[in-house]
Design a protein. Structure first.
Length: 414
């Protein structure tokens, strides 16, 4: 199987070859501008010292400061971070917000760290990054296994080092510490906004639709709840421990109560358990939302997928081979760089509020988010029709064109 970065490069190449852009621009925006790898020690609660490895890849900042999340995971590697960083560049460009793309990660298993160990790890990693991050340089955010608390520690570490409080250095902060209304739900809500646009185009009634959502974390849980708000019946969900399915519709409130108590889906008994959990993707549904991790829809399971619409909540959930199979089957795929762009869009609003020392109201933010994503969806859909390409290639074509035009206008330094 191709690596995530090879997949990202292949997606870029497929779209870039359809655009007439100078070779030097195409080659320079294809590669990350900076790949930082750091090794640093952290003192554990028992007095032992452990070494950790972390990364920050800054892919492109032609259209604005680098922007992208930080994940803590035992599996994270430079290749994955490079792919995720490049996807951020195309994501910020496709929704047209003035940011570039970056991503970061630390190899660790946060479930095996105490809160104080996690804090020390976060603070030391932030220090390692402190010369290359900042409100006008590179603005991290939460991603897999990082959250508002981790962002609060990053703000504090960065601010102490600079002797001034600087909330705009990261987004996804707690509400009482420069965070934005609507940020927590933004990615999942964005998934629902673009799903509604797609259903409109397909002339399908949301109330007659069912959905399966893989991954019930930040993105998946809010996507499920906001889809349900629109009348879509959520029939299947999963997390890293289990997958559950009920053709009559799942009781999301009851599941939330269960999760509050048990932390994981494993053991939930009021719906059918699907084993192995990956088979959830193949269960009957109209809309499939992969919202967990990369490379979940593959050439092995793509032929068995029953959904007519796939909305990529996760980054890179579909391999290129699966993409081709599904395109041939006539499945409409809303690509990650558009489908999950709600998070970075509200992150942008959070950053603007911080810079202006303002706090906007929830309704205002959700209205702005909706307007932004509906416009981006319309542009991608039109490009797809005019150029007779799938939605992913269309989204990349728009994004690459925007970054290429900015690169040409800025020229080469010195
Ligand atoms: P999260 O850690 O909050 O949730 C991830 C969920 O996926 C958890 O429920 C976890 O148990 C589950 N999971 C992990 N492996 C799984 C597997 N093999 N099968 C089924 N479930 C599995 O993370 P998140 O922030 O919701 O991010 C999910 C995806 O969305 C990632 O690809 C991330 O890069 C992407 N994303 C997140 C945001 C954001 O704002 N959080 C924005 C854009 C994209």
């Amino acid at each position: 199987m191709k690596s995530s970065y090879e997949i990202a490069q292949a997606q870029f190449d497929k779209a870039a070859q359809k655009l007439h852009i100078p070779d030097w621009i195409r080659d320079s925006i294809r590669e990350p501008e900076r790949n930082l790898s750091v090794d640093f020690p952290v003192r554990m609660d028992n007095g032992e010292v452990k070494l950790f490895k972390g990364y920050r890849v800054q892919h492109n900042n032609t259209r604005g400061p680098y922007k992208g999340g930080i994940r803590f995971s035992p599996k994270v590697g430079l290749d994955e971070v490079r792919a995720l960083a490049s996807w951020m560049t195309w994501k910020t460009a496709v929704v047209d917000i003035p940011f570039g793309g970056a991503k970061g990660g630390v190899i660790c298993d946060p479930s095996k760290l105490s809160k104080t160990e996690l804090e020390r790890l976060t603070r030391r990693f932030t220090y390692e990054l402190s010369s290359i991050i900042g409100p006008d340089m590179d603005i991290p955010a939460p991603d897999v296994n990082t959250n508002a608390q981790v962002m609060a520690w990053m703000v504090d570490t960065y601010s102490m080092g600079n002797h001034k409080v600087d909330f705009a250095v990261v987004t996804g902060k707690p509400l009482f510490l420069g965070g934005s209304q609507g940020r927590e739900e933004a990615t999942g809500r964005g998934v629902t906004i673009v799903t509604m646009e797609a259903l409109k185009e397909l002339k399908l009634e949301p109330k007659k639709m069912s959905a399966v959502v893989q991954g019930y974390g930040n993105v998946g849980s809010f996507a499920s709840k906001t889809l349900a708000e629109e009348g879509v019946k959520v029939v299947g969900i999963s997390d890293a421990t289990a997958a559950i399915y009920d053709a009559k519709g799942l009781d999301l409130n009851d599941i939330d109560k269960y999760l509050k108590k048990n932390k994981v889906l494993f053991g939930y008994s009021k719906a059918q358990t699907i084993e192995p959990k990956e088979k959830l993707l193949e269960q009957p549904c109209d809309i499939l939302v992969p919202a967990a991790i990369e490379n979940q829809i593959t050439k092995e399971n793509a032929p068995n997928i029953k959904a007519k619409l796939i909305v990529e909540g996760a980054n890179g959930p579909t391999t290129p081979e699966a993409d081709e199979i599904l395109n041939q089957k006539g499945v409409l795929i809303i690509p990650d760089i558009l489908a999950n762009a709600g998070g970075v869009t509200v992150s942008y609003y959070e950053w603007v509020q911080n810079l202006q020392r303002e706090q906007w109201e929830y309704d205002c933010i959700i209205a702005k988010l909706k307007k932004k994503l509906v416009k981006a969806y319309g542009e991608v859909s039109q490009m797809s029709r005019v150029e007779k390409v799938d939605m992913r290639t269309a989204a990349y074509m728009i994004a690459i064109r925007r970054v290429a035009d900015a690169t040409e206008a800025r020229g080469i330094f010195p």
